[in-house]
Design a protein around this ligand. Structure first.
Ligand code: SF4
Length: 470
């Protein structure tokens, strides 16, 4: 496919694709999904090899948020049954972080619900960063505390934070549809503040909230313009009790196309699969490792992920390896530029904010193409019948020729008939296959309609007496 060859070439050169090319990736059919993964996988391997960076979420403060982000189970007045607690003490947060680090994570993402931190909150988080780094000198710490006021990014950087996460989530045009208590511009401003303070900027999106392909391309191009070091891609988990609870629109193939598009637009950036990985990619999660070079280990902020051990087994089985604490995540040119997720002394990494927890997915499409009819068969060959002509009898020879011609004609007719029968059979088979494919797709669509069985509110880890999942 010319499109994919072009996108691989551009990705290897860090050249921005056109919007039309990005849209075309999202418009590819399910039949082409392996080609899309293979192409984007070449770009991923060029910049990140087969390494997978593991990140671990610690929810410092859960629920009770005054904002109204419609995808979030921590929003004002939400009735989602999530854990609600105020700030963890530094020792509690450090203990939770230790579980993730023991499981193989190299970055800890410290997240707190709320519009943004007070200066007192920044001091609390500074104490938590100190407690974590005292026990784990090499750990990357990313803070995710909401909108930042003047000077707060600098104070976090001085306290030892390596990165700051604040997601754009969706396109500027649709931002007002998902949140009314702050604006898209507010979010852009915070990402810029983090960048300017020398923190490694982390900013991503949520797919599956009812947005169009154009919206997805808009937000990914906006992210490229902001130039974060890492881009978390969330697939909306439609948690019961949130306004987006009915938005079950994503298919595993759609998720792969979205990740591939992000990889092509942001080729040398840490692309992280965030919330919704297990719910929407399901058994295709290993394929997504060919596109993203980073995932969260264990649970999300408010919902459960698969067991940490299962994450590690999946990585090994798919032929990837967990990135070590002594390895630099970003390509040399990016790490040297000062951002450097994973480049320790550089500036760190990023986490995911805003929810991680309940993000579902939507996005519809899923279409797919009917089964291809396969190359029609050819009829039998008419074979040149030989004649045994009598040398002396021209008439005999003519007769023989005539017979031979008749025989040929008969064979040709027979072959045509056979070919017609074969074609008819193939057409029927194709129709049957197409019908089966349609049925399978219908089933898949039904299955996708609501996989509430895969959504579980987190009941363990930080903020509870139960052991964390890592
Ligand atoms: S995403 Fe963040 S700001 Fe929005 S409701 Fe959730 S916790 Fe509050």
């Amino acid at each position: 496919m010319n499109l994919l060859n072009t996108l691989v070439d551009k990705g290897l050169r860090r050249e921005t694709p056109t919007r039309e090319e990005a849209l075309a990736v999202l418009a590819t059919s399910d039949d082409d999904v392996l080609d899309v993964v293979a192409a984007a996988g070449r770009v991923r391997r060029h910049w990140f090899g087969r390494r997978v960076k593991l990140n671990y979420l610690v929810n410092l403060k859960s629920g009770l948020c005054p904002e109204d982000c419609s995808y979030c189970s921590q929003r004002l007045g939400s009735d989602t049954g999530i854990l609600k607690y105020s700030w963890l003490k530094p020792e509690e947060a450090s203990k939770a972080a230790a579980a993730g680090l023991a499981g193989g994570a190299k970055r800890v993402c410290l997240v707190a619900s709320g519009r943004g931190p007070t200066d007192r909150d920044v001091e609390r988080v500074a104490g938590t960063i100190a407690a974590i780094k005292e026990r784990h000198e090499d750990v990357e710490v990313c803070a995710c505390l909401g909108l930042l006021s003047e000077g707060q990014a600098e104070r976090l950087r001085a306290a030892g934070a390596d990165a700051y996460n604040h997601n754009l989530n969706t396109s500027e045009a649709t931002y007002g549809d998902i949140t009314t208590t702050h604006t898209y511009a507010d979010r852009v401003d915070t990402v810029r503040k983090a960048h300017a303070a020398g923190l490694s900027a982390c900013s991503g999106l949520i797919a599956g909230m009812g947005e169009s392909d154009e919206d997805l391309v808009d937000v990914v191009f906006a992210l490229r313009a902001l130039d974060p070091d890492s881009v978390p891609v969330n697939f909306l988990i439609p948690v019961e009790g949130t306004p987006l609870a009915a938005e079950w629109n994503l298919t595993p193939q759609r998720c792969l196309r979205i990740l591939a598009m992000v990889r092509f637009v942001c080729p040398d950036v840490e692309v992280r699969i965030a919330g919704g990985r297990e719910v929407h990619l399901r058994t295709l999660q290993p394929l997504a490792l060919h596109l993203a070079n980073s995932i969260f280990l264990g649970d999300y902020l408010t919902t459960e992920g698969q067991a940490g051990r299962a994450d590690l087994e999946m990585i090994a089985d798919a032929g990837f390896e967990v990135e070590g604490a002594d390895e630099v995540t970003l390509p040399a040119h990016r790490a040297a530029a000062g951002g450097g997720c994973g480049a320790h002394e550089g500036a760190g990494a990023c986490g995911s904010h805003g929810d991680g927890g309940a993000r579902g997915t939507h996005g519809g499409e899923g279409a797919g193409c009917g089964a291809e009819a396969g190359g029609a068969g050819c009829g039998g060959h008419a074979g040149a019948a030989g004649s045994t002509a009598a040398e002396s009898a021209a008439a005999g020879a003519d007769a023989a020729r005539t017979d031979a011609a008749r025989t040929d004609a008969a064979r040709t007719d027979a072959a045509r008939t056979d070919a017609a029968r074969t074609d008819a059979a193939r057409t029927d088979a194709a129709r049957t296959d197409a019908a089966r494919t349609d049925a399978a797709r219908t089933d898949a669509a039904r299955t996708d309609a609501a996989r509430t069985d895969l959504v579980a509110v987190r009941r363990r880890g930080a903020g509870t007496d139960l052991a964390p999942n890592a």
